[in-house]
Design a protein. Structure first.
Length: 124
């Protein structure tokens, strides 16, 4: 029996540079000390995730990869409750030193905030 795959399929990821650019240029924003998130409705019926974790936010590759895993895992758990949006998640430098529990709590607040903003905006 093959092991279960828990990765995000291509349909759930932002891959094209033009998609990242559109979200960054026209998206709603949510920011705290750990993450800055831009979101833009996509009309696909499901949320898509893009990651932009820079070396400025986390100098060591192992730290950047840990942050990416945390974000992907949080997104995977919350994606069914999210609006139909494209999300770009950027890490702030404080995220590199924060415990996983704080990062998960921060991301959960962002997902709720983004969903609420999308409901209240004219982006439906």
């Amino acid at each position: 029996m093959a092991p279960a795959r828990h990765g995000l399929s291509k349909s759930l990821r932002l891959l094209a540079p033009r998609d990242f650019a559109a979200v960054m240029k026209h998206g709603l924003r949510s920011r705290d000390e750990y993450f800055s998130i831009a979101a833009r409705p996509n009309g696909l019926g499901h949320a898509r995730l893009g990651l932009a974790i820079s070396r400025r936010a986390a100098a060591a590759a192992v730290t950047r990869n840990r942050l990416k895993r945390q974000v992907r895992e949080s997104f995977r758990h919350m994606r069914n409750g999210l609006a139909s949006v494209d999300l770009v998640v950027m890490a702030q430098p404080a995220a590199a030193h924060a415990p996983g529990e704080q990062l998960r709590a921060s991301l959960n607040r962002h997902w709720e905030r983004i969903t609420k903003q999308c409901r209240e905006s004219s982006f439906h």
